[in-house]
Design a binder for this molecule. Structure first.
Ligand code: SAH
Length: 442
């Protein structure tokens, strides 16, 4: 394999360095703009890949990554950048994308950008010499890269996963093998409540029959009395999708609770909940303040999850309608309204686009729309119905500025103007950014 010396002349959106090799543009991990490096070139018929061997001239933004798994893991893309330069990188990324719509406010960063994730997912596999390993899949393969500790996840999770592996060994419970379809335990999913300190452990298994179940649970709880609930999720399909349909509560109430902006929320295994609770409060406060609600508004919260934005905004609105596709999340949302004694909110289990089409047919009056779609963004059905419903303002929250920009383009061509753009660093050390935008009717 050939090694060449290159100069990095820019960065892509995922935080990879851009270089030219044999006249072609190549994206390289662990390389910063302005740096000179020796890279190994791997050329196949139709693509060139490069791997950093040695940094010859370092950027002032480079720090040595605190994580021993940084290069292999791929979960974080920016561990080699100081936190200040990560923020600058994200700011520039959003400014570049959002240029046509106006000024971008300064990104809101974290004071302690470590151990923030409250949702931890670990895949189990058989390692060499019979040991059970846990970690994440290597890109495009079924190989599990062993990872025993993570700098961005709730610290308590690493210890619980280590204990699960230990107990598996003593019970001779085998990890599931994706290729052969043999074995029992597939993944461990852990959700932690930042404010409540509650911990849910979801064991994703391949069959209903859990050999030695009671003793397994007993031992896990003995080692970790901090666990408040344990759920078994059965996934017997040959798939890389983590969670199966069927669930059984093995211990505790089957969900955790957490508090955000003075509201208590119940969170089930399959419901979406923002992964960085500290930044979520900042994000929600910004978003709700942008709406300047007076108590007279009818609000729509689309893609509402367990009803977080709906319930927090309901205190300042006349009424709120929440719509969400995931039925478990809607069930949580309904309970959350009761739990917080909130009665001016209605939740609907539907596709947001279909729901909007119906609202616009009924000519329902909506003053304010909060929308927080998944990474793929919203769709034509939803956006064209918004345009018909003519809410005075739209607050669009997104974790993918590329699809958000696409949707802003549609809305600004159809009667709306972007008034505010606020990035929030919800995912330090990764290249992802959350952005909240305020749109008003022209
Ligand atoms: N606003 C919530 C959830 C945001 S995540 C919060 O801040 O916690 C996006 C949500 O959109 C997820 O709960 C997902 O289940 C839901 N979703 C995905 N596709 C959808 C669709 N077509 N219609 C309605 N909801 C959808």
């Amino acid at each position: 394999m050939e090694q060449v010396k290159v100069k990095c002349f820019g960065m892509d959106e995922e935080g990879k360095g851009l270089i030219k090799v044999r006249g072609r543009l190549v994206h390289v991990s662990n390389l910063l703009e302005g740096e000179t490096a020796v890279v190994e070139v791997i050329q196949r018929k139709d693509f060139i890949k490069a791997k950093v061997i040695k940094i010859v001239e370092k950027s002032k933004d480079r720090v040595s990554s605190k994580c021993p798994y940084f290069i292999q893991c791929g979960g974080c893309q920016l561990q080699h950048m100081s936190y200040e330069s990560q923020a600058e990188f994200k700011q520039q990324k959003i400014e570049k994308l959002m240029k046509p719509y106006g000024k971008v406010n300064k990104i809101l960063t974290m004071q302690e950008p470590y151990y923030y994730r409250n949702k931890i997912h670990s895949t189990l596999a058989q390692g060499k010499n019979g040991k059970v390993i846990s970690g994440i899949y290597e890109e495009n393969t079924h190989n599990v890269i062993p990872i025993e500790s993570c700098l961005i996840q709730d610290k308590r999770a690493d210890e619980i996963v280590a204990s699960v592996k230990e107990i598996m060994k003593s019970f001779k419970l085998r990890p599931y093998d994706e290729d052969s379809g043999q074995g029992f335990l597939r993944h461990v999913l852990i959700k932690t409540g930042f404010a409540s300190n509650e911990i849910m452990v979801v064991l994703i298994v391949s069959s209903q029959v859990f050999p030695g179940k009671n003793n397994f649970i007993k031992l896990l709880l003995q080692k970790h009395p901090e666990i408040t609930t344990i759920v078994m999720n059965i996934n017997n399909r040959k798939t890389s999708v983590v969670l199966g349909e069927v669930e059984k509560v093995l211990y505790g109430k089957g969900y955790i609770e957490d508090t955000l902006c003075d509201c208590v929320f119940q969170i089930s295994p399959k419901s979406f909940y923002q992964v960085n609770p500290i930044q979520t409060e900042i994000l929600y406060e910004k978003a709700i303040n942008m709406a300047k609600l007076t108590g007279k508004e009818t609000v729509l919260d689309a893609y509402c999850g367990i009803g977080t934005i709906s319930l927090i905004a309901s205190r300042k609105a006349k009424s709120v309608i929440g719509v969400e596709l995931n039925k478990d999340a809607v069930r949580d949302a309904v309970k959350n309204a009761k739990r917080n004694k909130i009665s001016n909110v209605m939740f609907y289990n539907d596709d947001a686009g279909d729901f909007m089409v119906n609202l616009s047919k009924e000519k329902q009056n909506i003053d304010t729309v909060f929308m927080d779609p998944p990474r793929s963004g919203s769709d034509e059905k939803f956006l064209s119905s918004i345009v018909k419903l003519k809410p005075r303002q739209i607050i669009y929250i997104s974790c993918n500025a590329v699809t958000q920009e696409r949707d802003l383009n549609y809305l600004t061509k159809n009667g709306y103007k972007v008034e505010k753009i606020q990035p929030v660093d919800m995912f330090p050390h990764t290249s992802h950014v959350e952005t909240v935008c305020l749109l008003e009717r022209k």
